[in-house]
Design a protein around this ligand. Structure first.
Ligand SMILES: NC(=O)C1=CN([C@@H]2O[C@H](COP(=O)(O)OP(=O)(O)OC[C@H]3O[C@@H](n4cnc5c(N)ncnc54)[C@H](O)[C@@H]3O)[C@@H](O)[C@H]2O)C=CC1
Ligand SMILES: O=C(O)[C@H]1O[C@H](OP(=O)(O)OP(=O)(O)OC[C@H]2O[C@@H](n3ccc(=O)[nH]c3=O)[C@H](O)[C@@H]2O)[C@H](O)[C@@H](O)[C@@H]1O
Length: 456
């Protein structure tokens, strides 16, 4: 099939390369000349494991090309719209300006019988409202995407499910389903469940899925606070409740909470849209999840201040917690999650920035996010290796659970820093191993207090 993908960011570039890998003839369109220039040269402008390889295979096979000109998409039979839907400035709502602009620019180029498929995450009712922008030249359906950054290719090629949100006209809906079935033939042949629904249900499936994941993370973080207050271990607790198949262990990782370009803005937009519809309950539930989540960042900073002030020989500070001015803090991790260089609403970057504002000398490392951090936060000092960051640090903060941090050798690092205080904000290190190497280990919501100082 001839496919266009409009918007070649984290979602669109992966979708384009994945569709080319299953034999379709794909053109990716983006208005950003820098991003497009990189893709044209076969370079991925962000970190996504395996994407560069898939891109180069598609391009060498002649099945994948990129353009900034929407007219170049004119011969496609199916157009996927994968542009950004960020949080509106000064509000919780989604900014649909990019989706509207993409549909408007596409409309005059649509071939007879073409199908336009929304992939971006949008508030319920968007497809129905925006369909007239296509001037009756094509059907607009919604096919939300559930990929995770860092696993994007596998999630695209082997999704948990496919959701088609089709319009009211039965003939048009059937044509749309036939075209989408042809696009996703390998997935359907492999038995991936396909749910065909109305557009409103499809739009709501997407935001509900993200909202549920956010609630799950905030739930475990709220429980983690109680664990911290009593000396209970939230990781073991999560293992234990996760064995219940009705609950499941995934997304019960307590620590610094969720960030990124999707979960935070999607729960806010969901609440805002529900409120517009006169439904307040989901918004209040999600606002609490958001509040708990943002509170994790503050708690990490407070944990550090407390730990520094309770160190033997530490001077008591004027403002209750430890004074961070002039303290050298090694920050390990800046991306919002491992296997990604995405720093959009990154909890790690937000903590690092806060520490610098409080006067700490932050020395940060991240395996992939540093170029983006240097552009966005030039005031932060970034170094090339985790070991370089740790040398002489008053405290080591693990803020993103990259595999290389989980595999650090605490004994080797202990020799490079006399302070030996490690704060594991992602609960990803082995406390016993770090303690055995002489470190004062504290986990966020797990072993927040020094060993022996737990509440009775
Ligand atoms: N990042 C992810 O993992 C996932 C994202 N989504 C959703 O997909 C959408 C896109 O997200 P990302 O890829 O992360 O955003 P992004 O910001 O990385 O990419 C969006 C791209 O669209 C381009 N664009 C904007 N207006 C355009 C236009 N009129 N014509 C052509 N290109 C245009 C931008 O230049 C940018 O390159 C959002 O709605 C997001 O919520 C859904 C599932 C996963
Ligand atoms: O709509 C989207 O864009 C995507 O949003 C999330 O994917 P993503 O943002 O890539 O990353 P996740 O793996 O969901 O992690 C999100 C955040 O939650 C945090 N998290 C995750 C899991 C956990 O147990 N604890 C936890 O704090 C991560 O560190 C990260 O900051 C969803 O998982 C995808 O299904 C969805 O398609």
């Amino acid at each position: 099939m001839r496919i266009s993908v409009i918007g070649c960011g984290y979602l669109g570039a992966v979708h384009a390369a994945a569709m080319a890998s299953q034999g379709h003839d794909v053109i990716g369109i983006d208005v950003d000349p820098v991003r497009l220039g990189a893709l044209r040269e076969g370079r991925v402008p962000f970190h996504e494991p395996g994407l560069e390889q898939l891109l180069s295979e598609g391009m060498s096979a002649g099945r994948l090309r990129f353009s900034t000109q929407i007219a170049d998409a004119a011969t496609a039979q199916v157009h996927f719209v994968a542009v950004n839907t960020p949080q509106r400035l000064g509000g919780d709502e989604a900014d649909l300006g990019y989706v509207e602009a993409a549909l408007r620019s596409l409309a005059p180029h649509l071939a007879r019988g073409a199908l336009v498929v929304g992939k971006s995450t949008v508030p319920v009712g968007t497809a129905r409202r925006l369909a007239p922008l296509l001037d009756g030249r094509a059907e607009l359906v919604w096919n939300p995407e559930f990929l995770r950054e860092g696993h994007a290719i596998d999630d695209t090629l082997r999704p948990d499910r496919l959701v088609y949100g089709v319009g009211d006209d039965p003939d048009a809906a059937e044509r749309a389903q036939t075209l989408l079935d042809a696009v996703y033939a390998p997935q359907l042949a492999a038995g991936v469940p396909r749910i065909v629904a109305d557009r409103e249900t499809a739009e709501l499936v997407k935001v509900s899925a993200n909202a549920f994941l956010a609630l799950k993370i905030s739930f475990i973080n709220a429980v983690a606070d109680v664990c911290a207050a009593t000396g209970a271990d939230v990781n073991l607790l999560a293992d234990a409740i996760g064995h219940d198949a009705r609950i499941g262990r995934r997304f019960l990782g307590a620590g610094l909470g969720f960030g990124g370009g999707c979960l935070p803005k999607d729960i806010r937009a969901f609440g805002a849209r529900a409120a517009e519809l006169g439904e307040e309950a989901i918004g209040s539930l999600l606002r609490e999840a958001d509040r708990i989540n943002l509170g994790r960042r503050h708690r990490a900073v407070e944990l550090l201040r407390t730990a520094l002030s309770s160190e033997p020989g530490a001077a008591a500070s004027a403002d209750q917690g430890g004074d961070l001015r002039g303290r050298r803090i090694a920050v390990l991790g800046l991306a919002f999650k491992p296997d990604s260089d995405d720093i959009r609403d990154s909890p790690a970057l937000s903590v690092a920035t806060e520490l610098a504002l409080l006067g700490a000398e932050v020395v940060a490392h991240d395996p992939h996010a540093v170029p983006k951090v240097r552009a966005a936060r030039p005031e932060l000092t970034c170094v090339d290796t985790a070991a370089d960051a740790v040398v002489g640090a008053d405290a080591v903060l693990v803020l993103t659970e990259w595999r290389e941090y989980r595999e650090l050798d605490p004994a080797a690092l202990a020799a490079t820093t006399p302070a030996r205080l490690v704060l594991d904000a992602r609960n990803c290190l082995d406390p016993a191993a770090w303690r055995a190497a002489g470190w004062d280990y504290r986990g966020l919501g797990r072993h927040e207090q020094a060993l022996g100082a737990l509440v009775a």
